[in-house]
Design a protein around this ligand. Structure first.
Ligand code: DGT
Ligand code: CA
Ligand code: CA
Ligand code: ZN
Length: 584
């Protein structure tokens, strides 16, 4: 059994336990599930070499859960889980995707209305049955219907950052085969889109059949869709489809360009080719002379762009949003690089709902080549996260001062900045006293409640926070959760203008299901000259890996290094914030 499947079972158990009204156990299971999901070694290997002890030694996994994992690895089943599933025979995974439905409400819906899945839920909501149940009202019922509609529209797509490890694993397995000369993932994944519909892999191989045979028999294959010498396709157990194509070395660039897309970018390139009396397809770029086609480029993408009179265009920009015109005029921006961040400005620790200590974050950040992090635990009105009140925040400030002194003494070139993710209340004010906020290195603010305000009210609420002289950065400005919740009803142009006029930064939250701001808003923001930050929104040290998806989103929004405040060392980063003027 794979780590992913085990993590999923533990995470479902945690939900069942919450339904049962257990107090602490759900969190224990959730923590173990997260630890296992982020583990870089297969549990079955750990168990093989070190036995039960090896599993128990994984941080976040205690003996009782280790024994359950042992049962899963040995028998492929878990009695405890089966019993819970029998008691609640419901489609938890999908019901939990409905905004506002947690374990307790799902239990109630099952007990009162026998709701087992989304179809049952939709029917009951349409018939007005849900509003009659205690704890639900007419508004909740409407929101449930809205959320179901949103899910239907999102279709069968996958969040890039969440399927990334599995994709890397497939590419790495294939790349180790001796018959594979070259391998690359094209399509939306090469363009680093926030969600992908399927995965398109290209390889060069002189002997592809063994590769195809290996590909269709990988352990995570659910179904073989095609199995041929030049093309195979599979569906993975998680539902993701993967296409594998063999292409000739001399036309690799042309194939890569075609299958990277986007479709609109490709169509525009072909138009340019036609105007030059050329022909462009997945086999190459051809000159047409006396009705004969003479190949003039195709081995690399670079030579194709060049032959078309264009500068090379990075995959993240290939959406036909104007990049081709810029490439014609040699005016493409130099995009921020994947190693350009020096710090991370949003981190939740175990002072609120994160799972790691400040010290553990320092270690992890150093390993990720960062020079500084800002600690931004939640604040008091987000009670379920254990958010900080003024007193706790003051205590944390002292603690961080001590940590920084220690770092200095040990000559470790690393800085911990004092901050907080302060809640923006319904009226646009903050939930922490000004005097305490003034002691932080900078202040970040975000909306975490009252999502269903009118467009006008919500826009004004956030603009008020942007105007607040104490607020330096607005975190995840539009509040969307990809494939789960649309953004708040919001006038983003107005938010961008207000940010510009008040020298307030906006965030690109890198967490894979947020990516907020998103690409097109990022593009607008930098055109206006708004400064941005790219932050992981970590709740665990492993989430620092997510920074790359924030950088990808920034690149999709045409961002250069200079647009992002945390590409600078921390003293210069702070100089770009309002806090700098406050201190004068
Ligand atoms: P996805 O899979 O929905 O996330 O998005 P893509 O961009 O990966 O699209 P996909 O997998 O359907 O096709 C991969 C690439 O192949 C696409 O980006 C461009 C190219 N392509 C596919 N169909 C067409 C087409 O009908 N016309 C053109 N010009 N290109 C196409
Ligand atoms: Ca695709
Ligand atoms: Ca495809
Ligand atoms: Zn948060």
């Amino acid at each position: 059994m794979e780590n992913k499947e085990i993590a999923k079972i533990l995470s479902e158990i945690s939900v069942y336990l919450e339904m049962e009204g257990e107090m602490f156990k759900p969190r224990v299971y959730e923590k173990a599930a997260l630890a296992i999901e982020l583990l870089d070694k297969p549990l079955k290997d750990i168990y093989k070499t070190q036995g039960l002890k090896g599993i128990e030694n994984i941080e976040g996994v205690g003996l009782s859960i280790a024994e359950k994992i042992e049962e899963l690895l040995k028998t492929g089943e878990l009695k405890y889980y089966k019993q819970l599933k029998k008691k609640y025979p419901i489609d938890l995974e999908n019901l939990l995707r409905i905004e506002g439905l947690g374990p307790k409400l799902i239990k109630k819906l099952y007990e009162k209305l026998k709701i087992k899945n989304i179809a049952d839920l939709e029917k009951a909501a349409q018939e007005g049955k849900i509003r009659k149940i205690e704890g639900f009202g007419e508004k909740t019922e409407q929101n449930i219907l809205k959320s179901i509609e949103f899910l239907k529209q999102s279709g069968n797509r996958f969040i890039l950052g969440f399927v990334w490890p599995e994709i890397e694993n497939i590419i790495s397995q294939l790349s180790h085969l001796k018959e594979v000369k070259k391998i690359i993932a094209a399509g939306s994944i090469r363009r680093m889109k926030e969600t992908i519909g399927d995965l398109d892999i290209l390889i060069i191989s002189n002997n592809p059949m063994p590769v195809m045979d290996y590909f269709v028999s990988m352990p995570n294959v659910f179904q073989i869709i095609a199995h041929g010498e030049t093309k195979s396709a599979i569906r993975l157990k998680n539902g993701l489809d993967v296409d594998l194509r063999v292409v000739a070395e001399e036309s690799f660039g042309a194939a890569l360009n075609y299958f990277t897309g986007s479709k609109n970018h490709g169509i525009h390139l072909r138009e340019i080719a036609m105007k030059k009396n050329y022909k462009l397809n997945e086999y190459g770029l051809f000159k047409i002379k006396n009705n004969k086609e003479i190949k003039i480029a195709g081995k690399t993408e670079k030579e194709i762009y060049q032959a078309l009179g264009l500068d090379y265009i990075e995959p993240e920009m290939r959406e036909d949003w104007g990049e081709i015109e810029l490439a014609q005029n040699h005016q493409l921006p130099k995009l921020i690089g994947y190693n350009d961040l020096k710090g991370d400005l949003q981190i939740q620790t175990n002072w609120s709902d994160g799972s790691n200590s400040i010290e553990e974050y320092i270690d992890a950040a150093l390993k990720n080549n960062l020079e500084y992090i800002a600690i931004t635990d939640h604040t008091k009105s987000l009670a379920m996260t254990g958010g900080c009140d003024e007193k706790k925040l003051l205590k944390q400030i002292k603690e961080i001062d001590k940590i920084n002194q220690k770092l200095e003494k040990e000559k470790i070139n690393f800085k911990v900045l004092k901050s907080a993710e302060v809640n923006i209340l319904k009226d646009g004010s903050l939930d922490i006293d000004k005097k305490v906020l003034a002691q932080l290195d900078f202040v970040a603010a975000a909306v975490h409640s009252h999502f269903n305000m009118t467009r006008k009210e919500m826009t004004e609420r956030i603009c008020k926070a942007i105007r607040n002289p104490l607020v330096d950065i607005i975190f995840h400005p539009t509040g969307r959760l990809i494939l789960k919740r649309p953004p708040y009803d919001l006038d983003v142009d107005k938010i961008i203008n207000e940010a510009k006029n008040n020298n307030t930064c906006l965030e690109i939250d890198a967490f894979p299901d947020r990516l907020d701001l998103k690409d097109e808003h990022i593009k607008k923001a930098i055109e206006k000259g708004v400064k941005l930050s790219i932050d992981s929104d970590s709740h665990s040290i492993n989430h620092l890996n997510y920074l790359k998806f924030g950088i990808a989103q920034a690149r999709r929004g045409w961002v250069t290094k200079n647009d992002i405040i945390n590409t600078k060392p921390w003293p210069e980063m702070l100089k770009q914030l309002k806090v700098n003027q406050r201190k004068k």
